[in-house]
Design a protein around this ligand. Structure first.
Ligand code: AFP
Length: 335
């Protein structure tokens, strides 16, 4: 039987139909994000032409200012969502403070937190980049959203997802009912369901970590990575690391494996690693848990960490359940 063609819009709608109280607001919010993703995807696919058409930050041959792609992605998400009446506030990895909804627009019941262009340092090398997003419900009193709405632990997320701008553009999301992946058909401009109900194997074959930092890790982490490389029935694992979290995570989600960004003792500014709790770790933790996997900071579930500030960093161990358990075991034993 040939598979049904299901657009992301229809899929989101069908998922929401099972909630009798759904107003459609949430469905439309996810759809707006998908639309922003298509616009960002269009620009990312032209990235290699920047030198011919005009470098980012400079003036192009039409005399127009060319925006840097991370700034463009950020502005696209903000402009798509600030006036719809669905959000009470936003927060972006690119902005130091929360992004309020302008006074002239109505405020809604949801909060959107995002990393507009993850892995942006890879763009000039034509390597995959991504967008990560997380949606919470408003919890503060009052009409407009506040910092409190953005600083919610991962387990309270209403939805989370990412878009990977790779050999094709894919959007992967969860609203707490499994993880579903959609591939963009650029000829019709639609995301079509290509990966329903993604499940990550409990134990994988791949590990992704920046091993250049080996000597700055704690003993437990060094020993765990050595263990992954030591031949046994299920080992050695193969190493895969490109330096775009979305791309490394996506590969492990589909093929099975673990991604790590441990704490780094070298930089006293970064005792908690590099990745951000709100924009990177928590949304991917929701996705991996919905796919049957786990996400930990080495000692506790990412989903249960109460954020204290918008740009808080956290060590991240994310992937197959057994793989993350094993990493934690080494950290417990050796620190
Ligand atoms: P950029 O968005 O600044 O390129 O950072 C990407 C990132 O936050 C994440 O996507 C990668 O997994 C990680 O950094 C890579 O960091 P290292 O270069 O230190 O391995």
């Amino acid at each position: 039987m040939t598979p049904k063609l299901i657009t992301i819009e229809r899929h989101i709608l069908e998922q929401q139909h099972s909630f009798p109280k759904a107003t459609g607001e949430f469905t439309n919010l996810l759809y707006d994000i998908a639309l922003a993703a298509k616009i960002i995807s269009r620009e990312v696919s032209k990235a290699g032409l920047a030198e011919i058409l005009g470098l980012a930050g400079e003036v192009n041959i039409q005399g127009e200012q060319v925006m840097k792609l991370d700034v463009f992605a950020n502005e696209t998400l903000v402009r798509m969502n600030d006036h719809t009446g669905r959000l009470c506030a936003m927060a972006s990895e690119e902005n130091p403070d929360i992004i309020p909804i302008p006074e002239q627009f109505p405020a809604g019941r949801y909060v959107l937190v995002f990393d507009p262009l993850d892995g942006s340092a890879n763009i000039d090398m034509n390597v995959s980049v991504g967008t990560i997003f997380s949606i919470h419900r408003k919890i503060s009193d009052g009409r407009r959203g506040t910092l409190e709405d953005c600083l919610q632990p991962g387990y309270k997320q209403a939805a989370a997802g990412y878009i990977i701008y790779g050999s094709s553009t894919m959007m992967v999301y969860t609203s707490g009912r499994g993880v579903h992946g959609f591939t963009l058909d650029p000829s019709v401009g639609e995301f079509l369901l290509s990966h329903p109900n993604i499940q990550i194997p409990p134990q994988g074959k791949y590990y992704s970590v920046n091993e250049g930092n080996y000597h700055y890790w704690s003993e437990g982490i060094r020993r765990y990575v050595d263990y992954l490389k030591t031949p046994d029935e299920a080992r050695p694992y193969s190493g895969r690391y490109i330096g775009t979290l979305v791309a490394d995570f996506h590969r492990n989600l589909l093929a099975g494996g673990i991604f790590m960004y441990p704490a780094d003792t070298r930089d006293p500014e970064k005792p908690h690693g590099k990745l951000r709790l709100l924009y990177e770790a928590a949304p991917l933790a929701f996705i991996v848990e919905q796919a049957g996997g786990r996400a930990s900071d080495g000692r506790q579930d990412i989903m249960h960490i109460q954020p204290e500030s918008l740009h808080q960093r956290v060590p991240l161990f994310i992937g197959g359940r057994e793989d993350v358990n094993k990493a934690e075991q080494f950290i417990r034993e050796f620190g």
